[in-house]
Design a protein. Structure first.
Length: 156
């Protein structure tokens, strides 16, 4: 699948569409994504700020999707854990930029080369239009080289 196709599909996906989550960009090499959460009358909480669940949802699938596409079909990539720290109330449009560098991908490949699972934490900030941190998000991914890719018989 092309990044642009996934971006359009995610923008039409009801959990994102109806919460104001907008995937602004996914890089052609899958190493960057930008996601925005736009304030709408129907997605404000009781005190007029973004729901915490919406702030977490805007970040939920992207580390997994980017790593999965960067590593390719020879790897299992799953979300394992997630954490969010709310720093200040989110108002207006907030955004998150996901970036994966070559060193991180090399580290994942090296850690899983023998077939062992590897748990890796990714971190990013959700920021408002002024660049101030609204929330800090951590996601842990499970990464493992598939048996067939390392020459081992497939598991049952």
């Amino acid at each position: 699948m092309k990044p642009s196709t996934l971006r359009h599909g995610l923008n039409l996906w009801p959990p994102f569409l109806f919460t104001g989550i907008h995937v602004a960009a996914i890089a052609p090499d899958w190493r960057h994504a930008r996601v925005e959460l736009r304030m709408r009358p129907w997605n404000r909480n009781y005190v007029g700020t973004h729901f915490g669940g919406s702030l977490f949802a805007m970040t939920d699938p992207f580390w997994m999707l980017l790593v999965m596409h960067c590593l390719g079909r020879d790897y299992f990539v799953w979300d394992k854990a997630g954490e969010i720290e709310f720093v200040k109330p989110g108002r207006g449009t907030v955004s998150a930029d996901f970036r994966i560098d070559a060193a991180t991908l090399d580290q994942l490949r090296l850690a899983t080369a023998g077939g062992a699972k590897h748990l890796h934490w990714f971190e990013l900030d959700v920021v408002d239009a002024d660049g101030e941190v609204v929330a800090r998000v951590r996601k842990q991914l499970y990464v493992r080289l598939k048996p067939a890719a390392r020459g081992a018989p497939a598991e049952a």
